[in-house]
Write a protein that binds this ligand. Sequence first.
Ligand SMILES: *[C@@H]1O[C@H](CO)[C@@H](O)[C@H](O)[C@H]1NC(C)=O
Ligand SMILES: *[C@@H]1O[C@H](CO)[C@@H](O)[C@H](O)[C@H]1NC(C)=O
Ligand SMILES: *[C@@H]1O[C@H](CO)[C@@H](O)[C@H](O)[C@H]1NC(C)=O
Ligand SMILES: *[C@@H]1O[C@H](CO)[C@@H](O)[C@H](O)[C@H]1NC(C)=O
Ligand SMILES: *[C@@H]1O[C@H](CO)[C@@H](O)[C@H](O)[C@H]1NC(C)=O
Ligand SMILES: *[C@@H]1O[C@H](CO)[C@@H](O)[C@H](O)[C@H]1NC(C)=O
Ligand SMILES: *[C@@H]1O[C@H](CO)[C@@H](O)[C@H](O)[C@H]1NC(C)=O
Ligand SMILES: *[C@@H]1O[C@H](CO)[C@@H](O)[C@H](O)[C@H]1NC(C)=O
Ligand SMILES: *[C@@H]1O[C@H](CO)[C@@H](O)[C@H](O)[C@H]1NC(C)=O
Ligand SMILES: *[C@@H]1O[C@H](CO)[C@@H](O)[C@H](O)[C@H]1NC(C)=O
Length: 414
Amino acid sequence: MAAATLILHFISFLSHHYLVVTTLFLSLIPMLIHSSTLDSDIEVLRTVKHSVDSTSISSDSFLDTWDFRVDPCQSTGRHFLGVLCSFPLDNSPSRIIAIDLDDVGYDGFLTPSIGNLTELTTLNLSKNKFRRTIPESISNLTKLTKLSLSDNCLAGTIPTEITLLKNLEYLDISGNTLSGSIPINISRLRNLSYLHMARNALTGTIPDLTGLWQLETLDLSFNQLYGNLPYFPLRLTTLSLNDNILTGHISPVNMLSNLSRLDLSHNLFSGIIGKEILSFPRLVYLNVSNNQFNAIEAANFSMEERQLQFLDAENNNLHGLLPVNLTTIQNLTAINLARNEFAGPIPREFGNKIEQSWRILYLDNNFLSGDLPPEFITHSKRISGSLANNCLKSCPVHIKLCRGGQRPASECIR
Ligand SMILES: *[C@@H]1O[C@H](CO)[C@@H](O)[C@H](O)[C@H]1NC(C)=O
Ligand SMILES: *[C@@H]1O[C@H](CO)[C@@H](O)[C@H](O)[C@H]1NC(C)=O
Ligand SMILES: *[C@@H]1O[C@H](CO)[C@@H](O)[C@H](O)[C@H]1NC(C)=O
Ligand SMILES: *[C@@H]1O[C@H](CO)[C@@H](O)[C@H](O)[C@H]1NC(C)=O
Ligand SMILES: *[C@@H]1O[C@H](CO)[C@@H](O)[C@H](O)[C@H]1NC(C)=O
Ligand SMILES: *[C@@H]1O[C@H](CO)[C@@H](O)[C@H](O)[C@H]1NC(C)=O
Ligand SMILES: *[C@@H]1O[C@H](CO)[C@@H](O)[C@H](O)[C@H]1NC(C)=O
Ligand SMILES: *[C@@H]1O[C@H](CO)[C@@H](O)[C@H](O)[C@H]1NC(C)=O
Ligand SMILES: *[C@@H]1O[C@H](CO)[C@@H](O)[C@H](O)[C@H]1NC(C)=O
Ligand SMILES: *[C@@H]1O[C@H](CO)[C@@H](O)[C@H](O)[C@H]1NC(C)=O
């Protein structure tokens, strides 16, 4: 209000001399009065900036433009980059509704006073060097819909208070050094559609997530999560659980028929990769490599369209004959079944696919025997991969696929 009064005096002084200028200024007055920022919000922005090492605030970065000689919400686009304000229609002060910083390596910590920005809907500090813990006061930001703190240096546990942010739709805390377990009550965040916690040091089991019925993307990869799988929300389209120490059967995944991408690689899963999974109509990418699965089931899809392009089941305990029904998946181009215990001949149909659409085929380190289908020789240049270390009768080493040779006969008596 003091600022507004000052402006009025200035204008009445001018009006003795310049009538035109006076009217111009007067028309601006209502806007100037009602758009100034709430003092305590300005105070928080100041603290946010002061919590970042000034040597990491490069010139022309967003934080560098935060010049507190002007009002954040009245600044003209050259100051306070990365900040959005509300402009209430009544005469109440403007509030900060978004902080969306650039990724220039700000080195600092997230001030607990952030909890005073109670109108904030977006907070994005990703790809910087924010350290220390996520402050508990974050629970006061109940209007947040988007929270991204990914790729920083945040440590400590995920505060359970985060489960109070009931309007969150997007939560990304991946790429930090967070430890402890996933808050057991995370399912309270009913509006979440995107949950990304990959590349941390999270332990414990995956809590029940079925309450997150809006969830479409879940990425918990590269942590130290263990135990059996819980049930997941049915709307999921992307599920990445790779590089953990998860165990048991994967039957909870069998119901997720909307998946387009499923990565379970590098865990300790066992049992069967059920026929439901290859039958998901939108599945494009399936990686079950580096587990202890002992079978993969595939139906005949010659009458139905399937999207699957990448299948990686390397390094499991898959045994029996090669799954010939894979040749009925129209879009499939890259197959890795290496380092398993498949035995018997390479099906004739595999030869047809090499002539047609398969481009990557790894079958090495199994116990395949018999003759190669002729297309493996006539069309060998079309494909990359390996047949090495099997029990094949003739795999001419001038063919790239055959480089590395076959197993000694002693390993082939089974
Ligand atoms: C945040 O709010 C608390 C309690 O209302 C107050 O004590 C504190 O000074 C505020 N911090 C900032 C930076 O405004
Ligand atoms: C968050 O900010 C980073 C860095 O500026 C940007 O790459 C990313 O797209 C933003 N994320 C969201 C969800 O807006
Ligand atoms: C958060 O809200 C609580 C209760 O509404 C209040 O006591 C506390 O001061 C707030 N903290 C911050 C940092 O705003
Ligand atoms: C969730 O989203 C719906 C629809 O967008 C909205 O009406 C609701 O207020 C949001 N928040 C909660 C807590 O459900
Ligand atoms: C989880 O939520 C339930 C009720 O919804 C509550 O009783 C329990 O204390 C909460 N647990 C934690 C760890 O927040
Ligand atoms: C699967 O996706 C479709 C299309 O995006 C959607 O209409 C349907 O509701 C989804 N299924 C589930 C169980 O969410
Ligand atoms: C599958 O996951 C493994 C890690 O376990 C990775 O090395 C491999 O590249 C992935 N396969 C594909 C096709 O992306
Ligand atoms: C191939 O698919 C058919 C029909 O879906 C099924 O009956 C058969 O058992 C499958 N073959 C193998 C080897 O799994
Ligand atoms: C699968 O193949 C069909 C027909 O060739 C094509 O229309 C479709 O886009 C492909 N799907 C993907 C995911 O590439
Ligand atoms: C799949 O079914 C079709 C039609 O029933 C049949 O012609 C084809 O040989 C089957 N493919 C395999 C690999 O069994």
